[in-house]
Ligand binder design. Structure first.
Ligand code: C2E
Ligand code: CA
Ligand code: CA
Length: 732
């Protein structure tokens, strides 16, 4: 096994293979390929330095033989795997307390350089740790050609450091319990509590914007901030609970004997509030936030890993929900996570299996309502799940590195279709920041233009503010190159990101798209949104750019944004996105004007639930529809013969039982009032304070487990003696 260098060496040696290496070492000339290769070979063999290489697909096409020798894996087996399947990052919490920055997966997808990073090697049985580093390589044509990198074994020192951490039990920076102690505490508590039938809540906290503080004020300031956060948490919760810092900016709290979600929600809100107060750090002011995920044993998990996973998932949802929020774990969160996982799995097939389509939504002239442009919006027809929204799959595609392939397909598809539209109609194509940052992006655009023969001035690229987060000079170069091709540029979703006005000044945009959140309800009295729309319109006017008001739905919104002078409009009031053929038919009939069609007024979505729930009365569980839900009561439909004053229990799902009394009854519709009000679930929903306890289910003869799909059913006895009191009626 001489590896890649061995092979090169043999070739290089071939002409004078017989010749012995000189006994006295002469300096190795840069041109002396054979001896340089020999040197590298010996470097690999001694383990001082290892090398690895991946291809454009991320597969591991080479790794120093000495490095993989312990794992009994052949180079072919290795080449079948992706780097992300071989290396697993050290969880940042186990590190030196520093934020290691963006995840490996993301760095690789974005073709970034890898600074030395500790990773676990997922090849053998035992724990092996390497430090890897690498750089992307590009061919002469600018195409990405994979990574070239180095590696070394750090298992020994790594284990040593972890051992030391264990010995100390406490985090030296904040004085809180460390990860090791927290995990032991959780183990012990849960084990003891399962016996004693007690409950225990677990909170996971993660600071928002901590990285910015670290980056702008420096690491010592970051450390100081962590200390202050820890002190605030401790002051709020006192000694009665176990508080730990798992590492980085992640904290954990174990709360024995708390299972009231009302109490937990309030506690989380207090934590969020105190952590969000400004900090003074060596004279500088810093503001951060915190997100909280909550899971409760035994409801959400019995075993420590199960409970921790649940709390992590809730934290992830809280972060995704806009930060500065708390979330309770629920089975829906788990279902969402598995949905996402499946998207990830199936996305590759979507491209290969021709499941992607482009739909088009008109952007009309605000005065004439004639179509000026059509925005291409991607659609995924999943063979089992049906239509999946781009809002669900585009972020996944960005993360797993498929967005470029999809974006290239979109560019070609849209340019080809748009070439057949009337000359007055432009095509707008969404470009992800990841795609924009790719080296070959300008080339991809150029090729799509050329292949389709479309006039570049009819092609508009929609870009969001996130492109400015990367390398500034590089994006300026890309902008210039795109302008040189003659395409137009639009700034998408303006107002949702950092909305720095300098973007507008520095980048050559032809158009600003005002995000629909500002258009939404901007017809209301004293609307702040209206003022924002007005400001953007006048700013864009001054810079000679067009403005599009996005997401116009109702007549009053239309009137408001038109009055403010937006030059173009888009929204379901004119048309939703439809297949290209449909638009083409319309164009062929010469029909280019879209008459607004929609409700007079924008209706704020009422929380009208329309889901099936259970109503428990006597020995029976009836199916009813939930029409309306508020903190204090609900409107249900589906039962006849329910008298005012009847005591019932609503089964809201997931073990949430709400005792209620019927206050109004009209045919099959009843209004009920809850005995104790529901509480916020941290998002927009409501939930009960308490749930059916798995301990109760255990008493009914079932094994102790976290709440299943229908926990109440597990409690129902088989023989129902009393006759049914109400009649269930079918609703459609
Ligand atoms: P976007 O670029 O802001 O696109 C506008 C979204 O608003 C579209 O959602 C559109 O269907 C929706 N919309 C249009 N009019 C109305 C309205 O009156 N009311 C409401 N409520 N919504 C309206 P869609 O098609 O689900 O796309 C979601 C996002 O996915 C897009 O937001 C865009 O960021 C991304 N996306 C879609 N197609 C592509 C693509 O080909 N490439 C990339 N990179 N991203 C895409
Ligand atoms: Ca867009
Ligand atoms: Ca948009």
């Amino acid at each position: 096994m001489a590896g890649i260098f061995g092979r090169i060496k043999r070739q290089a040696d071939a002409p004078e293979a017989e010749e012995e290496a000189p006994a006295v070492a002469a300096p190795i000339a840069a041109s002396d390929l054979a001896r340089r290769v020999e040197l590298l070979d010996s470097l690999e063999e001694t383990g001082v330095g290892w090398f690895w290489a991946s291809d454009a697909e991320g597969r591991m096409i080479y790794c120093s033989p000495a490095a993989i020798a312990p794992f009994e894996i052949t180079p072919d087996e290795l080449a079948a795997r992706r780097i992300t399947e071989i290396f697993e990052e050290e969880r940042k919490e186990e590190g030196k307390g520093e934020d290691t920055g963006r995840p490996l997966k993301f760095l690789l997808a974005a073709r970034n350089s890898l600074a030395p990073t500790a990773v676990r090697v997922k090849l053998g049985k035992g724990d092996t740790w390497w430090e890897i580093a690498g750089k992307p390589r590009f061919g002469r044509d600018g195409a990405f050609a994979g990574y070239r990198g180095t590696a070394r074994d750090i298992t020994g020192t790594h284990e040593e450091r972890r051992k030391q951490e264990r010995a100390s039990q406490y985090d030296s920076l904040t004085g809180l319990a460390n990860r090791y102690r927290m995990s032991r505490m959780l183990d012990q508590t849960l084990k003891a509590f399962a016996h004693a039938k007690r409950s225990c809540a677990l909170m996971m906290l993660d600071l928002d914007r901590f990285k910015q503080v670290n980056d702008t004020l420096g690491h010592p300031a970051g450390d100081e901030l962590l200390k202050q956060v820890a002190a605030r948490i401790r002051r709020l919760l006192g000694e009665r609970v176990e508080i730990g810092r798992l590492g980085g900016d992640e904290f954990q709290i174990i709360l024995p004997d708390v299972d009231d979600r009302g109490e937990l929600g309030e506690m989380a809100q207090q934590l969020i509030q105190i952590a969000s107060q400004p900090y003074s750090i060596n004279g500088s002011r810093a503001v951060i936030g915190v997100s909280v995920g909550i899971a409760v044993a035994p409801y959400d998990g019995i075993e420590p890993e199960e409970l921790t996973k649940a709390a992590d998932l809730a934290l992830y949802a809280a972060k995704g929900g806009g930060r500065g929020q708390h979330r309770f774990y629920s089975r829906e969160l788990r279902d969402q996570a598995s949905f996402r996982h499946q998207i990830e799995q199936d996305l590759r097939d979507a491209i290969a299996g021709d499941q992607l389509r482009m739909h088009y939504q008109p952007i009309v002239n605000a005065r004439t309502h004639e179509v000026a442009c059509m925005e291409a919006l991607m659609r995924w027809e999943h063979p089992q799940r049906g239509m999946i929204s781009p809002a669900d799959f585009i972020p996944v595609a960005e993360e797993v590195g498929l967005i470029r392939e999809m974006g290239t397909w979109a560019l070609n598809q849209v340019c080809a279709e748009a070439a057949g539209w009337p000359d007055t109609v432009k095509a707008a194509i969404n470009v992800s920041a990841v795609q924009f940052a790719a080296d070959d992006f300008v080339d991809v655009v150029r090729k799509a233009l050329k292949r389709s023969g479309i006039d570049p001035a009819r092609v508009e690229l929609e870009i969001t503010e996130s492109v400015f987060m990367g390398d500034v000079e590089r994006s300026a170069r890309t902008f210039a190159a795109l302008k040189k091709l003659g395409v137009r540029l639009a700034l998408d979703d303006f107002g949702t990101g950092y909305s720095s006005l300098s973007y507008l000044r520095d980048a050559p945009f032809d158009k600003i798209k005002i995000d629909q959140s500002f258009v939404r309800g901007c017809a209301g009295e004293d609307s702040n949104n209206l003022a924002i729309v007005a400001a953007v319109v006048s700013l864009a006017g001054a810079l000679g750019m067009e403005t599009v008001a996005e997401g116009v739905e109702s007549k009053d919104e239309l009137a408001a944004v038109t009055r403010q002078g937006a030059s173009h409009l888009q929204g379901v009031i004119f048309s939703r996105a439809v297949p290209g053929e449909e638009m083409l038919r319309r164009f062929e009939e010469g029909d280019l004007v879209f008459a607004p069609r929609g409700p007079e007024r924008y209706r704020a979505e009422r929380r009208t639930e329309f889901r099936r729930i259970g109503l428990i009365h006597g020995d029976h569980r009836y199916n009813v529809f939930l029409r309306n839900l508020s903190r204090t009561g609900a409107k249900i439909e589906g039962l006849l013969g329910v008298e005012v004053g009847t005591e019932v229990v609503l089964d809201l799902g997931g073990g949430q039982l709400a005792v209620a009394a019927v206050r109004r009854s009209d045919g099959a519709v009843q209004g009920v009032e809850f005995e104790s009000p529901l509480i916020s679930d941290g998002a927009d929903g409501l939930c009960t304070r308490h749930r059916v306890s798995p301990y109760q289910i255990e008493l009914a003869g079932k094994p102790l487990a976290a709440l299943g799909d229908d926990p109440y059913a597990a409690l129902m006895t088989m023989q129902n003696r009393a006759p049914k009191a109400f009649m269930e009626v079918q609703l459609d």
